[in-house]
Write a protein that binds this ligand. Sequence first.
Ligand SMILES: [Zn+2]
Ligand SMILES: [Zn+2]
Ligand SMILES: [Zn+2]
Length: 154
Amino acid sequence: MSSTTRTVPPRITIDKQDLLCAQQAGHSKMRVYQCKWRTPNSSNCLLWIADNNFSFIEHLKNYHGVPSDNTRRYCQWDGCGEIMAGFELAYHIPGGGHIGMGVFCSGCQKFMSRINFMFHAATNEASSCPGATAIPGSYSHSRIVDVQQSLGHD
Ligand SMILES: [Zn+2]
Ligand SMILES: [Zn+2]
Ligand SMILES: [Zn+2]
């Protein structure tokens, strides 16, 4: 069999709950992102989370003690620090340029959401990088994993 020569992808640790949800929904593959939420000892959380808002809400609550409530707190995502309500975080992380559907600015190389980029690169005096172009960053930090295989890893 050729399986002995097959390249084994690096092992990643995926939130088990996400895998079980995907399995129940009958999905064989799912897209995951690595959590970069900084814990108090200043290291990043290394778990990989499914790319939907529900998964982020659950992950923030279960692993980082951040409930989906009205309390305003810092976004502890690597390099962020914006202040917002707990319930806004799960939308801010996927939509605010931390993962997924964002773009890199050709001017300053910053990663941001497409909407923020429109203002950021607009050709007016208020913008930071007028006329800069968007470099697609979409899904660049994500991986597609095999649900069954990942569950079998335990
Ligand atoms: Zn995390
Ligand atoms: Zn943030
Ligand atoms: Zn820029």
